[in-house]
Design a protein around this ligand. Structure first.
Ligand code: ZN
Length: 359
């Protein structure tokens, strides 16, 4: 049944569930001064400290909060360079326990040398052991026949051999590559290395500094782009399908839609909320089963982008996936939210402690 209080399930087309534990993290000792130093001093330290318990509870918390926001599918991009094997199973288990759909990938990269130290990548060098392990984890998961993609961190942290192997693995398993492209200036020439591989199954994440067209769905993450001061991606300039992602900020896709509209308006006064609304629901083409999911909201105009662009205090009351309620009258049906938060907080304390020890 559909009515003006309901929408199909929303899709987060680019997430990092592991970032759920970043909340409350102490500020880095070295304040980031640009995008690359944000990666080096925050995210690449955090992902290196992850273990299975942290991965499970960060995914569980992110998945729980996704359902509370009406998101019924997460296309996740995961990295945990010191805990690669089995990591995609852990994410799948956490999401299944909460009751949400997940399409995971492992983001392979050569930015860690074979001694585990951060390195600048020489594109003609052989693939690192870390990238090999990431691809092996990907293949192992793909062989289980669950929906998944082949993850690549970004062209600028990968050798040519790694890009080539990842692209071929995706073709072999009839899926796409999920990759950050031209998010910051450091990755400006990504498309020149990727164009020969990319196809419509690929997820081209960010594309802020794309110079030329490239095949694939472009995933726009306006909140993350503002947070990292990388610039406005102006996705309307491309003919590609555009979808929305949160890039790990959270799973609240209605908020992402609202900011996609505002960011569009900041660039062009004629930008219509209908355009950002289309981007939001293009996610359902990536995970077609979500079209049958039913999200019930506390607001009677859920079919009007002009209402929703300006309406705050939207709440989800019920979510059903595959005709089963996973959220009913505001409560998760499969797990206890407070317990999930408590367990995630325990793991975030472990993570923050590990980060403090590593400095
Ligand atoms: Zn990302």
């Amino acid at each position: 049944m559909t009515n003006a209080y309901t929408t199909p399930g929303l899709v987060c087309a680019h997430h990092h569930l592991y970032s759920s534990l970043a909340r409350g993290m102490p500020a880095p000792k070295i304040a980031p001064h640009n995008f690359l130093s944000t990666l080096e001093n925050v995210w690449w330290k955090l992902d290196a400290a992850l273990d299975h318990d942290m991965i499970y509870w960060s995914a569980a918390l992110g998945a729980a909060e996704a359902l509370l926001s009406g998101t019924t599918a997460i296309i996740d991009h995961h990295e945990s360079p010191n805990c690669i094997e089995g990591s995609l199973d852990v994410i799948h288990a956490a999401c299944t326990d909460i009751g949400i759909r997940v399409i995971p990938c492992y983001g392979v990269t050569d930015r860690w040398d074979n001694d585990g130290k951060l390195q600048e990548v020489n594109t003609t060098s052989p693939m690192t052991q870390g990238a090999e392990l990431g691809l092996a984890e990907t293949k192992r998961y793909l062989l289980s026949d669950r929906p998944a993609m082949v993850g690549v961190h970004a062209a600028f942290t990968c050798t040519d051999e790694t890009l080539d192997t990842a692209a071929h693995l995706a073709t072999e398993f009839h899926t796409g590559v999920h990759i950050h492209v031209a998010e910051g200036q450091d990755d400006r020439d990504a498309e020149s290395r990727l164009q020969k591989y990319a196809n419509d199954d690929w997820l081209i994440v960010h594309g802020v500094h794309l110079q030329k067209p490239i095949a694939g769905t472009i995933v726009h993450n306006p909140r993350s782009n503002m947070n990292n001061a990388v610039g406005y991606a102006r996705p309307a300039q491309w003919r590609n399908r555009i979808a929305l992602g949160s890039d790990g900020i959270d799973s609240n896709m209605m908020s992402e839609f609202q900011l996609a509209f505002i960011a569009g308006r900041a660039d062009d006064i004629s930008f219509s909320p209908d355009l950002a609304w289309n981007w939001l629901f293009n996610g359902s083409q990536l995970v077609p089963d979500t079209q049958n999911d039913v999200v019930t909201w506390n607001y009677p105009h859920m079919d009007s982008s002009w209402h929703l662009a300006y309406t705050t205090s939207l709440h989800v009351t019920d979510v059903s996936i595959n005709n089963e309620f996973v959220l009913f009258e505001g409560k998760l049906t499969k797990v206890d939210l407070e317990e999930t938060r408590r367990k995630a907080e325990e793991q975030s304390r472990r993570l923050h402690h590990a980060l403090a020890m590593s400095e």
